[in-house]
Design a protein around this ligand. Structure first.
Ligand SMILES: N[C@@H](CCC(=O)N[C@@H](CS)C(=O)NCC(=O)O)C(=O)O
Length: 207
């Protein structure tokens, strides 16, 4: 069976877990930490990146977007999470790029705050990353406000762009709530509430 390694408090791991669930592909989840379980993780993937995914044939994939592009290419068309038409495809890639940047900046800020002694933390680095994080969410808020999301959204209507946007938002609220004010991003907050209440998201919780 497919094996997914990494903890769901990583937005990158979580987008893969939620997508595999939506593709209805059974997988074993091993919630190894890239820090606490470093030695054990190394045995699966010597470069220790989460997510790491081992296919049935033993091939090891890493990087959430590469993993998802593999599965997107093998699932039946009706299960795909990316649109097929070229202009729409580009728009979804644009949104995913913003959401992945928010994930990356959030992880960098969280790492700086939680893994370095206070006296070694760089406020210049933290301010820069926070500005980039907020810029990503501002662009996402504008995009989401122009889309037709409603609170009766079902799993069948979810796209990879929605998944990545929501895991980025939820991760930030979980780890860095004091840096991102909910009231400035009402559409993102609403979309996250809707999706986080779906069984498929609840089955893959952030903690
Ligand atoms: N671009 C990668 C980012 C993955 C990533 O940075 N994962 C973190 C955990 S959230 C990690 O593996 N950190 C350990 C390290 O880089 O040493 C993806 O989309 O999968």
């Amino acid at each position: 069976m497919i094996a997914l390694y990494g903890m769901l408090d990583s937005p990158f791991v979580r987008r893969v877990a939620i997508s595999l669930s939506l593709y209805e592909l059974p997988f074993e989840h091993y919630p190894l930490s890239v820090f606490k379980d470093y030695q054990e993780f190394k045995k699966i993937n010597p470069v220790v990146k989460a997510p790491t995914l081992k296919l049935d044939n033993g091939v090891v994939l890493m990087d959430s977007s590469l993993i998802l592009s593999y599965f997107e290419s093998i699932v039946p068309a009706e299960k795909r999470l990316m649109p097929l038409s070229t202009p729409l495809f580009a728009k979804h890639l644009h949104q995913i790029g913003l959401a992945l940047t928010a994930c990356e900046k959030g992880v960098q800020i969280s790492g700086e705050i939680n893994r370095r002694p206070v006296e070694q933390q760089s406020s210049i680095w933290l301010d820069r990353n926070t500005e980039q994080l907020l810029a990503a969410f501002q662009s996402l808020e504008m995009l989401i406000s122009s889309q037709n999301h409603d609170s009766s959204q079902t799993s069948q209507m979810i796209s990879q762009a929605d998944i990545t946007t929501v895991v980025a938002w939820s991760y930030t609220q979980y780890r860095l709530a004091n840096r991102v004010e909910i009231q400035k991003f009402p559409h993102l907050h609403q979309l996250a509430n809707t999706l986080e209440n779906l069984p498929i998201f609840k089955k893959n919780p952030i903690e």
